[in-house]
Design a protein around this ligand. Structure first.
Ligand SMILES: Nc1ncnc2c1ncn2[C@@H]1O[C@H](COP(=O)(O)OP(=O)(O)OP(=O)(O)O)[C@@H](O)[C@H]1O
Ligand SMILES: [Mg+2]
Length: 265
């Protein structure tokens, strides 16, 4: 199978300091879910942003290649994300919900976003939106469509933002701590719903999380970052049952119930 995404020797620096990403390489298949874990400052967010071609102020590509569906997005610092980002590659951040436009109803911005990507009537777009909000576990989606962001809780806004990202039927969803601001129950629910979505739409996902238990439950493979590079990336079961890197062992020892029990619950 041709890879969905492949990354070769990717390096990124901020203001010429030491490398935030150091010759990082991996590739993933269609519909695969990869969990990325690693300590604070190890480069997880930088990786997600690099894959989107959206490095923060001061960030610069210093080498490597990124290709998506065999189309080269980055080679020798030349960028070519046009037409890919937003639809074929979608993204969700920890605070995506707070980026909803405060002066427009959810429905008006959601429908507009859908109609930018798909040629459908307003009515059809409304139905798509309502279905996806309900798929994300939001009760009374019609009310949410009529509401303004200030009338929703943080968790509702975040689920709405996730719903909007996945409605575009992206081939790849990049998510940086998408549920960290949610309570544990909601976190699990959203993650389960994302897994269902993968089965239904075949969406590949890269999900950054601080929580290796979350990664273990939904990811096919787990990548462990350390100092701007992937120190291990293996099948979830392998990582859990036989972690090679010291940091991975440390992460796992914090959740003893995981050991040897990845597929148990
Ligand atoms: N906008 C920025 N300007 C300068 N340096 C940055 C910037 N963003 C990140 N860095 C540096 O790049 C390195 C990687 O940071 P990054 O945010 O990718 O880590 P992370 O793994 O996402 O951490 P966390 O778990 O805390 O979110 C760190 O050394 C950080 O200080
Ligand atoms: Mg981060």
């Amino acid at each position: 199978m041709k890879p969905l995404l492949s990354v070769n020797n990717l390096s990124v620096t901020y203001k010429g300091d030491s490398l935030a990403l150091q010759e990082l390489s991996f590739s993933m298949n269609k519909g695969e879910i990869i969990g990325i874990v690693g300590e604070s400052g190890s480069g997880k967010s930088t990786l997600i942003r690099a894959l989107l071609g959206l490095l923060p102020e001061g960030g610069r590509f210093t080498g490597g290649e990124i290709s998506f569906q065999e189309k080269m997005l980055l080679r020798d610092s030349r960028l070519d994300w046009a037409g890919v980002r937003g639809k074929r590659i979608a993204m969700v951040f920890q605070d995506s919900g707070s980026y909803l436009n405060p002066i427009r109803s959810i429905g008006s911005q959601y429908i507009e976003a859908i109609r930018t990507h798909f040629t459908v009537s307003r009515k059809a777009a409304q139905t798509m939106a309502v279905n996806m909000l309900s798929d994300m576990g939001l009760h009374d989606p019609e009310r949410i469509m009529r509401a303004y962001p200030s009338q929703l809780s943080g968790g509702m806004k975040q689920r709405t933002a996730i719903a909007m990202a996945v409605t575009m039927e992206p081939e790849l969803l990049l998510a940086d701590e998408p549920t960290s601001a949610l309570d544990v129950t909601t976190q699990n629910e959203v993650m389960n719903r994302l897994s269902v979505l993968r089965s239904r739409q075949g969406t590949g996902m890269i999900i950054v999380t601080h929580n290796i238990a979350v990664a273990a439950h939904m990811a096919d493979r787990i990548g462990v970052m350390w100092g701007g590079t992937l120190v291990e990336m293996e099948d979830t079961f392998r990582i859990i049952s036989d972690p090679r890197h010291e940091y991975t062992r440390k992460l796992l020892s914090a959740v003893p119930e995981l050991e040897g029990n990845v597929h148990g619950s």
